[in-house]
Design a protein. Structure first.
Length: 186
C-alpha cells in the first residue's frame, strides 16, 4: 500500500469516527449540562405544561407554585403535611437537613419536604403498614422499604441543587401515592 492509499484510509477513518460521535450527541438529545444531567428541550416531555422547568428525561421539575418557607428544627408555623427537619447543620451557604417520613395508610406522611437550593437532604423512610418505596426521578433515587422497616442513615441522601418543585412517588403502592419536594431559591 502506498502513502496515498494510507492517507485515504486514515481520512475515511476520521470521517467515520466523527459521524459516530455526531450520531451519539444527536440521539442523546444534545450534550449534558455542567451538572451532568441533560436539560429537556422545549419540545420535550413537559412542553405542554406551562409551569415546567428543564430537567432530566422523565423528571417532574416545575416552577414552585406554593410559597412555603423552609422550616428549621422545631418549626411550629408549618402545615402538618410539611416535614420538619429533626436536624439541620449549616455549612456556609449550604445546609444539611435530615427528615423522617412514613409510608402509612397508602400515603407519605408528611408528604411535602421543603429545602433551600443547594441543601443536602438525608431522608429516613419508615414503612409502617406495608411495603413502600420512594422514587425521586429527577435525582435518580429509588429505595424500597419492607413493612415495619426503616431506611438506614444515608440511604436516601442527595443535594437539591436546583430551584423548583419536584414530585416523588411510591410505585408499589395501591393507587397514586405522591409527595412534593419544594426547593426554594435562596
Amino acid at each position: 500500500m502506498d502513502k496515498k492509499q494510507e492517507y485515504i484510509l486514515i481520512g475515511i477513518g476520521v470521517v467515520v469516527v466523527l459521524l459516530i460521535i455526531a450520531g451519539l450527541v444527536f440521539t442523546k438529545g444534545g450534550p449534558a449540562s455542567p451538572t451532568g444531567t441533560q436539560e429537556a428541550t422545549p419540545a420535550g416531555f413537559l412542553s405542554d405544561n406551562p409551569n415546567a422547568l428543564p430537567t432530566v428525561q422523565g423528571g417532574t421539575r416545575e416552577k414552585v407554585t406554593t410559597a412555603i418557607p423552609t422550616p428549621d428544627v422545631n418549626a411550629t408555623s408549618v402545615s402538618k403535611d410539611v416535614a420538619i427537619p429533626f436536624n439541620v447543620q449549616e455549612t456556609g451557604n449550604i445546609s444539611f437537613r435530615q427528615f423522617e417520613i412514613r409510608g402509612e395508610g397508602n400515603q407519605f406522611v408528611p408528604d411535602t419536604i421543603v429545602v433551600n437550593a443547594g441543601d443536602v437532604i438525608d431522608l429516613k423512610l419508615t414503612a409502617v403498614d406495608g411495603d413502600y418505596n420512594i422514587f425521586f426521578p429527577d435525582f435518580g433515587i429509588k429505595v424500597a422499604v419492607a413493612e415495619g422497616q426503616s431506611t438506614k442513615p444515608g440511604a436516601i441522601n442527595f443535594q437539591a441543587a436546583t430551584y423548583g418543585q419536584y414530585l416523588f412517588s411510591c410505585s408499589i403502592c395501591r393507587g397514586t401515592v405522591t409527595g412534593t419536594l419544594i426547593v426554594n431559591q435562596k
